[in-house]
Design a binder for this molecule. Structure first.
Ligand SMILES: [Mn+2]
Length: 291
């Protein structure tokens, strides 16, 4: 079992990480990546990249990943969805934010649709319930401070010539680096980045999620070409660890286990030569670590 942080500890940690993330925007050069608004550009010289998909309150899986992928040896990229669906969401938030605070230059935290702004609500949202069961009346202060911190998370990240990373999917309309950097000020674009899912049909269709769109392989191709990168690495959908789609140009990573999905396996990516990624098949075969 994870040790439970006190309400004060969580509030203090969230406000420290919020300040740290706001500072990153001014500083631009963060170490493992450059901070460009809502976009994080991963440095060419990063030699090992670990990419983590949805955690959704599964503290056990998070602990397993952190014990194998040390931020002192790799740049850790989290694709978001830290909270909801798992009872240990508060503990997960605490561990993830602490990893960031202790390793600011080698932990990159992205936003999932469960960490989006209040204008893009998600259901069910059981995080407040789990906070209340741990902290009683103090839950609201804890919640508020964590939500403010989440507002500062990155919406997408890029390793030039190689990979585009995002929680949901690629935008269905052309979006260059400048607009990706401003995604935090463009709710329609942010919604797509956090909510979109790939489909096997061509084109764009409404999403059964009620937010974002389904996008076809043609949309992925067009977007990858426009940014001159080879693969989309994303999370957002439950699967047995990973799933390759769109002819090897997109991979889904799912990094948690247990209720309510009961996938047999979860996975993260451990990429030892991130600049030379060929396609999603290669990522699946050489870099996916199943557990
Ligand atoms: Mn999601």
């Amino acid at each position: 079992m994870a040790s439970v942080p006190t309400a004060e500890e969580l509030i203090e940690l969230a406000s420290k990480v919020r300040a740290l993330l706001r500072e990153e925007r001014k500083k631009v050069d963060v170490g493992g990546y450059e901070s460009q608004g809502s976009l994080a550009k991963i440095k060419d010289r990063v030699k090992r990249l670990v990419v983590v998909g949805d955690i959704h309150g599964d503290h056990e899986s998070l602990t397993k990943i952190l014990s194998r992928a040390n931020p002192r040896e790799a740049l850790l990229v989290f694709l978001g969805d830290y909270i909801d669906r798992g009872e240990q969401s508060p503990q997960v938030v605490y561990e993830v934010l602490r990893a960031k605070l202790e390793n600011p230059s080698s932990v990159l935290l992205m936003m999932g649709n469960h960490e989006g702004p209040p204008e893009l609500p998600v259901y069910p949202h059981d995080f407040p319930f789990h906070l209340r069961s741990l902290y009683g009346e103090a839950w609201e202060d804890v919640y508020h401070s964590i939500m403010l911190c989440f507002r500062e998370l990155y919406a997408c990240s890029l390793l030039e010539g190689s990979m585009f990373m995002v929680h949901g999917g690629v935008p269905t309309r052309p979006a260059g680096l400048d607009s990706l950097a401003r995604a935090g000020h463009n709710l329609d674009l942010l919604e797509e980045l956090l909510w979109n899912d790939p489909m096997n049909r061509k084109g764009v269709e409404p999403s059964p999620r009620g937010a974002g769109f389904l996008f076809g392989p043609d949309v992925t191709d067009r977007f990858l070409k426009s940014l001159s990168v080879k693969v989309v690495v994303r999370a957002h959908e439950p699967c047995d660890g990973y799933e390759v789609l769109h002819g090897g140009r997109l991979i889904t990573i799912f990094s948690r286990k247990g209720s309510p999905y009961f996938n047999d396996r979860a996975a993260y990516l451990d990429i030892r030569d991130p600049r030379n990624v060929k396609d999603a098949h290669q990522l699946a075969e050489e870099c996916a670590v199943l557990f």
